[in-house]
Write a protein that binds this ligand. Structure first.
Ligand code: MG
Length: 307
């Protein structure tokens, strides 16, 4: 076992939200079926829905029906993304286990996406966190474009760390995660961000990381982060979310691939890989195309060819 590796790692499944959001819309029943299947794999966190306006993101319409229709498994946290107060109230009405709020570190990206400055987004996170905490629901803040921005290029790790510190201090969020929105993270950039976070008193062991495989560095990024003590990673079943017909969508790293590598390193994810591969096959059926997960194609390394 590698020195310094966490003994257990939480893989947070994002396929039903971040994945499907970037695919052609599928039926509510199918979204429910995918979440229910994922709930039986040992995953402990599933991003199940997004309470956005249905016209803004049609694949996430009817998220309340999804939340009401799933069979909740004890020990699994069903999480939802919220963009504003209305969405937060809708999510809380569905008794989500955790609310996710988001701001972009890049001024340009934040303005193009939600027409706010990062400062305004930070103030909104304060408001939404208060709302969620009134219902005793924990909040994770996602800082997007944390590893670079398609519009601005490099994003200073010190700037990311400054906002991370402020989101914790001013909003009192319960968790932080950092999104590689444009797929620009490399092992070097991951190291530099974790250094900057440590410099403001945020330990790698406390944060979640969200990588894309846009430039094929997704698993390498996970590896270096693991060696720095990071133990929470987002991943998407089958690699859902990299639809070639959806401009701007970049591929999430796949749950099967991450679980396969992490378990092989000797860290425990609590996940059953064969069941995850079954979910990857279901996801391919639902979206009607082959998904980019490699382990979904090849199986685990110990799988031998039938003679
Ligand atoms: Mg993503």
């Amino acid at each position: 076992m590698f020195a310094g590796l966490p003994s257990s790692v939480e893989i947070r499944e994002v396929g039903p939200r971040d994945g499907l959001q970037n695919e052609e819309p599928i039926a509510v029943d199918q979204r429910i079926a995918l979440i229910n299947a994922l709930s039986a794999t040992g995953l402990t966190a599933i991003e199940a829905a997004s309470f956005v306006h249905p016209k803004a993101i049609p694949p996430m319409a009817d998220s309340a029906r999804v939340m009401e229709g799933i069979t909740r498994v004890p020990g699994v946290r069903y999480r939802a993304l919220v963009p504003n107060e209305r969405g937060t109230l809708d999510a809380l009405a569905c008794a989500v286990d955790e609310v996710e709020v988001v701001m972009s570190i890049s001024e340009t990206h934040n303005r193009k996406n939600i027409n706010m400055s990062p400062e305004e987004s930070l103030q909104q996170i304060v408001t939404l966190t208060d709302l969620a905490h009134q219902e005793d629901t924990p909040v994770e803040a996602i800082l997007s474009t944390a590893f670079g921005c398609a519009y601005e290029g490099n994003v200073s790790p010190e700037r990311v760390a400054l906002y991370a510190r402020r989101v914790v201090d001013e909003a009192g969020v319960d968790g932080l995660s950092f999104g590689d929105t444009s797929g620009m993270a490399t092992p070097r950039v991951v190291h530099e961000l974790l250094d900057a976070l440590e410099n403001v008193g945020i330990e790698p062991s406390t944060v979640g990381l969200h990588f894309h495989n846009t430039r094929n560095t997704g698993l390498a990024n996970v590896m270096v982060a693991l060696l720095r003590g990071v133990s929470k990673f987002d991943a998407s079943i089958g690699g859902l979310g990299g639809c070639p017909y959806s401009p701007g969508a970049t591929g999430n790293i796949s749950t099967e691939d991450v679980v396969h590598m992490v378990e092989d390193l000797g860290a425990d994810t609590g996940c059953n890989l064969q069941k995850l591969i079954g979910c990857g096959e279901l996801a391919e059926e639902l979206v009607g195309r082959q998904l980019p997960s490699q382990v979904l194609r090849s199986g685990p390394r110990t799988q031998t060819v039938a003679s």
